[in-house]
Design a protein around this ligand. Structure first.
Ligand code: FE2
Ligand code: FE2
Length: 311
């Protein structure tokens, strides 16, 4: 019997309670706030996230993976709301895995207080002791669940306003290589969670603005001769791209949309992905549950072929 893994991303919960106006004006939160209001603030709908939690409860998957940008400005009330959102799934913490996005480490304060790792401690526990200390907590975590080995990475690093790039860093990449080589992982299907995607359509410009600085090295580690699922968010666009590995293996890039974004482009409309996976065959089936503004329900849709997507 296959395992059902649900994948959601980027709910971008916004809660400005407790932020004095003068602080907003003095630091980069202002830029984030303006960016949000002008570009997309009116389209992120908390009610859609609530409906998604209900749809997920009805689906009752074996595991839920959340690939970052749970918050918008990394504020404490936002983390509290994100935690409450996860708890509404009604699942045991061992069945939910979370990695940070660039918005979850938006400020120096959130990094200094280790806010992400503190709030989501029970969703980033590890069965193997390979993790290194990073701004968002200890990563990579490895969670062995039936046929799956879920490996969670932190690609989030504090950045200047409007710069959304990320980095894994050498120590984390080395630990990822060890994880992929570990017998407990080799006997399962590896599912790697990172906020930033494993391809960069912007080429060399990407890492400067919003991609991964060490993308080539990351891909090199992932290309370890066995099929691997690489789940990401950040683009707010869903898609499934099959990337050929060097030794005949396939790297499945699986992108999820923003969980809260109501968008006219069907591939960016709020949704979550559902994967059926088993040890012998790997990824057996994938689909999406997409929000319909007309019926105000989630409906089944195919996961589009993501080859050549531009974010
Ligand atoms: Fe995002
Ligand atoms: Fe992001």
């Amino acid at each position: 019997m296959s395992i059902v893994l649900a994948h959601l991303s980027d709910p971008h919960i916004l809660d400005l309670r407790g932020v004095p106006l003068h602080r907003m004006l003095l630091n980069k939160r202002l830029t984030g706030w303006l960016n949000l209001r002008l570009k997309r603030g009116h389209k992120h709908r908390p009610a859609v996230v609530e409906a998604m939690m209900a749809d997920l409860r009805a689906l009752a998957p074996d595991h839920v993976a959340i690939t970052g940008d749970l918050t918008n400005l990394a504020l404490e009330p936002e983390f509290e709301a994100a935690l409450a959102m996860i708890e509404r799934l009604g699942m045991h913490p061992s069945q939910v895995s979370v990695v940070p996005g660039n918005h979850d480490l938006y400020t120096e304060g959130s990094r200094r207080s280790r806010r992400f790792g503190t709030y989501f401690e029970k969703y980033i526990t590890s069965d193997l002791d390979l993790a290194v200390d990073l701004p968002g907590g200890r990563f990579p975590f490895v969670r062995l669940r039936d046929d799956l080995a879920l490996i969670g990475l932190s690609s989030a690093v504090p950045r200047l306003p409007l710069i959304a790039s990320g980095r894994l860093g050498e120590a984390q990449r080395r630990a990822l290589r060890e994880a992929l080589d570990h017998p407990e992982v080799r006997s399962r299907v590896p599912v790697v969670l990172s906020h930033h995607p494993i391809v960069d359509p912007l080429g060399r410009l990407g890492p400067l603005m919003r991609g991964l600085e060490d993308l080539a090295d990351f891909r090199d580690v992932l290309d370890h001769g066995r099929d691997v699922l690489a789940l990401h968010g950040h683009w707010h666009r869903r898609g499934h791209e099959r990337l050929a590995g060097a030794r005949g293996a396939t790297i499945h890039r699986l992108g999820a949309t923003s969980a809260s974004l109501v968008h006219h482009d069907e591939e960016k409309m709020a949704s979550y992905n559902v994967y059926e996976i088993d040890r012998a065959s790997g990824l057996v089936r994938s689909r999406a549950r997409v929000w319909s503004a007309a019926t105000e329900r989630f409906e089944d849709a195919a996961l589009p072929d993501g080859a050549g997507q531009t974010g």
